[in-house]
Design a protein around this ligand. Sequence first.
Ligand SMILES: Nc1ncnc2c1ncn2[C@@H]1O[C@H](COP(=O)(O)OP(=O)(O)O)[C@@H](O)[C@H]1O
Ligand SMILES: [Mg+2]
Length: 495
Amino acid sequence: MGNNDVPIMQSCIPLPIDDKQLLEVIEKAKDWAIMHGAAMRSKTDFNPDALQFAPFILTPSSFPRKEYEKAVNLQVTLNELMHAVAHDTEFLRETLKSTIKVDTFTGSLFEIYETTLKEGISQPFSLGLLRSDLMLESRCENEIKVRCSQASAYCCWKQVEINSIASGFGHLGPASRALQSYILRELGHGDKLVDLPANHALSGLCDAMVEAWKLQNRPHAIILFVIEDMTYNICDQRFHEFYIRETYPHIQVIRRSLTEIYEQGRLGPGGELLLGDLEASVIYFRAGYEPGHYHGSNEWSARLLMERSKAIKCPSIHYHLAGTKKVQQALAKPGILKRFINDEQKIHSISEIFTGLYSLDKHEHGEEAIKLALKNPERYVLKPQREGGGNNVYGEDIPAALEKMSEEERSAWILMERIFPPLSKGYMIRPGGKMPPEIVSLVSELGIFGAIIGTKEEIIYNKQVGHMLRTKLSSANEGGVAAGLGALDSPYLID
Ligand SMILES: Nc1ncnc2c1ncn2[C@@H]1O[C@H](COP(=O)(O)OP(=O)(O)O)[C@@H](O)[C@H]1O
Ligand SMILES: [Mg+2]
């Protein structure tokens, strides 16, 4: 489908903005962003002492209110689903069985899972800080159609993926709303702010960590953030730490890489995770989701050590596995959801958000999926079991990628129908970008945050806690902000 057929959503304020006003507001907005932590460390010119503003969209992108509300309201059910999936050993084993034979990374995670199962799970509680990512689909053929633009297109949202580890933007989500609120006011459009939904993602995620900490009842224990060797997306981690320190000054937060945890970590007599003199009772992973974070066996030992400890992990290993793309694909198979959810209405609401998801495993009609992909590659995305962006194969690159894989290798991938979102128009502001910027065509991806705490038997905490919006050029396949392609944004709700 060419861009010509795609509907364009109404913009929040009339565009274009005249050059003089545009340049003036951008200059202010860049400073606002840096000074309020809508920022990152530069990848090309890394300097731990400096920040650069994160790319942002000048004014919020439109999003249909009804679909936004539907997504917000569904989150606690998605949390419940993920919790049930994470605790279904048989399902995880069966679903990932072919994948772990060929995908060594998922295989290593699974080995840790099997080891802890054998030894006995040391901590029955899990903390899930999830983010369900979704895009509007502009070619909705469902009965329920939602008008999403003045050009009278009908859209409904579809899930891209659900993240169960290192779900970022708890700070950058709310910060984007604050930045764009400032910009709108400066442009004389303060009246638009009522349609920018409140966003308490940062406190929502951190309060859930603290809830887990309280559950442990270890007054001197700290919260451990597991971090990468180099952190570019630093604001989105430090603000979590600052929020906890400010709101709960009696709780200390420390940051350690997997290598440092290997060097400093050990288990206490009761299975406590000890780092020097400190005991960590809650572990929040912001690293460990991609092979590059494990330099060798030391980092894997660190992961196992944490899993063996009685600290509450976000995520515990089974939650991590429940967030794999292979599991997402398995959940979209007809009739599977009732294994996890016993409410027809909820099952219906969840199944509505799935697009076509296909296994490439020969035992699961993989050949048929391959035929679909070869015939109309532009309609699909090919995905491996990876997180963090930049790993998928799109459209015309799919046939060659499939041909290179052996039959076994294919079972580590899934095929997903491509979502074609409606476009919006706006200005993308990036460090070193051309000034004044031009109006560009954009597409957005909404993320809804959920927080859940529970054991296999019961859920004691389950909330929707906020959202984030990332926007990219409509010509780009992927839109990670940390990866450099996407930009901070927030939804402007339209009816
Ligand atoms: N089915 C799809 N249709 C359109 N774009 C997609 C689809 N799946 C993924 N993408 C794009 O690719 C990006 C990365 O895919 P995702 O499944 O989220 O993997 P990752 O775990 O690397 O974030 C998404 O943020 C989105 O921009
Ligand atoms: Mg993603």
